[in-house]
Design a protein around this ligand. Structure first.
Ligand SMILES: [Zn+2]
Length: 432
């Protein structure tokens, strides 16, 4: 190839105005979308609670570090667990986030901070000695990134307004989740239906002792420890077309499919949409249960309402997938969002094993030479020896069955280690 040929192949010079224009378009995704939300509820037993905090700050006093939290707590056997989780969970999650980290690092730290926060909230509620329990569906929105952590059967769906409707949570119902049934049985619980007079079995599958239909929850002090508070966590990044989240208790989902709920309110503002979803559920099933619905729109900066996007064909665009997904994750991807190019899937993990959820590199040593518990953030002096490795040796001691692996995760204080063993059936724990 001659020199002239090469120089002909060079792209022509691009006018500065065009470059600036491109730069501005590319920065669309770094500019934060706006959030609009609506809420509607109908009470039957009065055990549903919700949390709306649209203006949290990751760094107090810095508006550029803002994020939003939306959550639903569907209580059972009383309301105290739902109220306790509503009042404490966010603080417990935030206290598990390392100080002085960047936005990118905070988004990466969120999944395990959510695990720590859920477990800490459960431990603290149990100490109160009350018997109620609650589902939690907890949604953190920072820019285009949505992180959802959930236990129980309240759901969060994502509608990309004509693109695709997908489920961001997994139902922890014994009736519908074979992997959870197996886990509960392995950890010392019994799964079966209620036996009424005459030996007839009725109702959904429950675990015994306790008789709960859910395999995960916060609270439930009177049920075995195999009903764990470890959430399924999913993190996605929306395209710059934004999207709509519908977060609701089972009063909605027992009446409407994800697709039906999304369709029933598409194109309407969030405030009205939440009311319509509740109305639609009521119309199809009547008021059988507490019914609570939050609709949250993540709207591109230049829009005042959520734009509709054309339905994309599968496999046309494939988007990037970051992070690693556990091979043994209890929850396989329910809807291949990434295959339609609408949303980037950043993280998903549903294992009920703490050792698989906390990672090994959790910050643990404080300035004073003590170790900080990865769950409750309490500082403890090293118990025997000075290294974290000593915890492994102590943990592989007599109370473990010979088949169990030594703990290889970050430092846990004595009470959190006890909790972990109980959840995995390594300690007699019935009832909690
Ligand atoms: Zn602890």
């Amino acid at each position: 190839m001659s020199r002239t040929e090469i120089s002909r192949m060079r792209p022509p010079l691009v006018p500065l105005a065009t470059l600036i224009g491109r730069e501005l378009r590319n920065s669309d995704k770094t500019e934060k979308p706006s959030i609009r939300y609506g809420q509607a509820a109908l009470a039957k037993k009065g055990e549903d609670y919700f949390l709306i905090k649209p203006d949290c700050q990751r760094i107090p006093g810095n508006p550029a570090s803002s994020f939003s939290v939306f959550a639903i707590f569907d209580g059972h056997n009383g309301i105290s667990a739902a109220i306790f989780a509503k009042e404490n969970l966010l603080n417990h999650v935030m206290s598990a986030i390392p100080q002085g980290i960047s936005r990118e690092e905070w988004l990466q730290a969120l999944p395990r901070a959510l695990v720590a926060g859920f477990v800490k909230t459960d431990i603290e509620f149990q100490r109160k000695g009350e018997t109620s329990g609650t589902t939690v569906t907890f949604v953190v929105i920072d820019g285009w990134t949505v992180t959802v952590a959930s236990v129980g059967d309240s759901r969060c769906i994502l509608d990309t307004q004509g693109g695709v409707v997908s489920l961001l949570t997994v139902d922890h119902r014994l009736e519908e989740n074979a992997e959870e049934r197996e886990r509960v049985t392995k950890s010392g619980g019994e799964v079966g239906r209620l036996n009424v007079y005459g030996g007839t079995e009725v109702g959904p599958l429950r675990c015994w002792p306790g008789g709960l239909c859910l395999s995960r929850s916060i609270g439930d002090t009177d049920v075995g420890e195999f009903i764990v508070p470890i959430p399924h966590v999913k993190q996605v990044k929306l395209s710059n077309a934004g999207g709509r989240l519908i977060i609701a208790s089972d009063g909605i989902w027992d009446a409407l499919s994800s697709e039906m709920a999304a369709k029933s309110c598409r194109g309407l503002p969030a405030e009205l949409a939440a009311k319509l979803v509740v109305k639609e559920a009521l119309r199809s099933r009547g008021l059988k249960d507490d019914t609570t619905c939050l609709v949250v729109d993540i709207i591109p900066p230049e829009h005042s309402v959520l734009p509709s996007t054309p339905r994309k064909k599968q496999n046309v665009i494939s988007s990037f997938i970051f992070g690693k997904r556990s091979q043994n994750s209890i929850n396989k991807l329910t809807n291949k969002l990434s295959s339609v190019g609408v949303v980037e899937e950043l993280f998903e993990e549903g294992s009920a094993m703490l050792s698989e959820r906390l990672g090994k590199d959790f910050p643990q040593k404080t300035n004073s030479g003590q170790f900080r518990c990865a769950i409750c953030q309490v500082d403890e002096p090293p118990t025997d020896g000075s290294e974290v490795q000593s915890a492994k040796c102590a943990n592989s001691g007599s109370f473990y069955s010979p088949t169990s692996k030594p703990w290889e995760g970050p430092f846990l204080c004595t009470s959190c280690r006890t909790k972990m063993d109980a959840m995995e059936g390594k300690r007699p724990s019935q009832p909690k």
